[in-house]
Design a protein around this ligand. Structure first.
Ligand code: SF4
Ligand code: SF4
Length: 281
């Protein structure tokens, strides 16, 4: 179990605790302001990436002081955790509405409207305070005349969309807005700012899933489809064996590689049962 399960999930997976999605948490004025501020200015995310680059060029002792402080704030305010599709399905079984919206990361990085993010609510979308707060931001990329706006999507359809995104090698991550309130699930790849901060800039703001992948060697024909799909570089190919293997120290447990394996050679297992990866988040 990760630290968030211990802190916010009473020892169970914290993102499966319905209370962490409760709309009454949005009555906190600071939280609703934080959400508005978060969505208002995509460019701000790009600026933060540049600041991280600057930080990474500083002497090690400076980084050793500043990075834990940033990380501590992210854990309190806006952190994410990777999760596989089966856990997305469990979340969808108790939330009552799903609203698709443009991804702020893609807006910042590419300047395009990529609809990879899904706001979740315990109440129907028409009465969701979260939807109202985001609508009130007034940013063009969210609700402007030339974009699709905030779309309410039936849960079944949303799951189908998630499966399609996995086929494009995107993985799922669940996100807080002032922890423990969970506001949504995103579908991420290398354009995701959190992915960049975590994997490329050594600031882990997105934590690993509660799982780790493994390959059944007898079933693997060495086609490398999984190798190409893994966003985390966790899969290697053995020339000698002509098969792949997963490095549990690098695996984020997203499960995307499974979708790309026609031989069903890949399975996810509980991270805590894997001695090499149990304590790596
Ligand atoms: S996709 Fe499956 S069969 Fe192909 S290399 Fe990966 S594990 Fe082996
Ligand atoms: S090896 Fe791990 S990180 Fe890579 S796609 Fe598979 S589950 Fe995700």
């Amino acid at each position: 179990m990760c630290q968030f399960c211990h802190q916010h999930g009473e020892g169970k997976k914290w993102y499966l605790k319905a209370e962490n999605y409760a709309e009454h948490l949005l009555s906190d004025f600071k939280r609703s302001k934080y959400i508005q501020h978060f969505f208002r200015d995509p460019q701000r995310l790009q600026d933060r990436m540049k600041l991280l680059d600057t930080l990474n060029r500083m002497p090690g002792f400076v980084q050793a002081v500043i990075k834990p402080a940033i990380l501590g704030r992210m854990k309190r305010m806006h952190h994410g955790q990777v999760l596989p599709l089966e856990d997305v399905e469990k979340i969808f079984s108790f939330v009552n509405s799903v609203v698709r919206l443009p991804c702020i990361c893609r807006q910042a990085a590419l300047g395009t409207e990529e609809r990879y993010c899904y706001g979740l609510s315990m109440v129907p979308a028409e009465t969701s305070k979260l939807k109202l707060i985001v609508e009130a931001v007034g940013a063009d990329y969210l609700t402007g005349p030339d974009v699709k706006g905030l779309e309410t999507v039936p849960k079944k359809e949303a799951l189908t969309q998630f499966k399609e995104l996995e086929k494009k090698s995107l993985f799922h991550s669940v996100w807080t807005f002032m922890t423990p309130f969970i506001g949504g699930i995103c579908n991420c790849d290398h354009d995701c700012m959190a992915m960049k901060a975590t994997v490329k800039k050594s600031l882990p703001v997105m934590f690993r899933a509660e799982y780790v992948a493994g390959v059944e060697a007898d079933l693997c024909n060495g086609c490398k489809n999984c190798f190409r799909a893994c966003q985390f570089g966790a899969i290697s190919f053995s020339l000698a064996l002509e098969k792949v293997y997963v490095d549990p120290l690098l695996c984020y447990g997203c499960g995307v590689c499974r979708v790309h394996c026609r031989n069903n050679a890949i399975t996810l297992t509980d991270r805590k049962m894997n001695s090499a990866a149990a304590d790596i988040w």
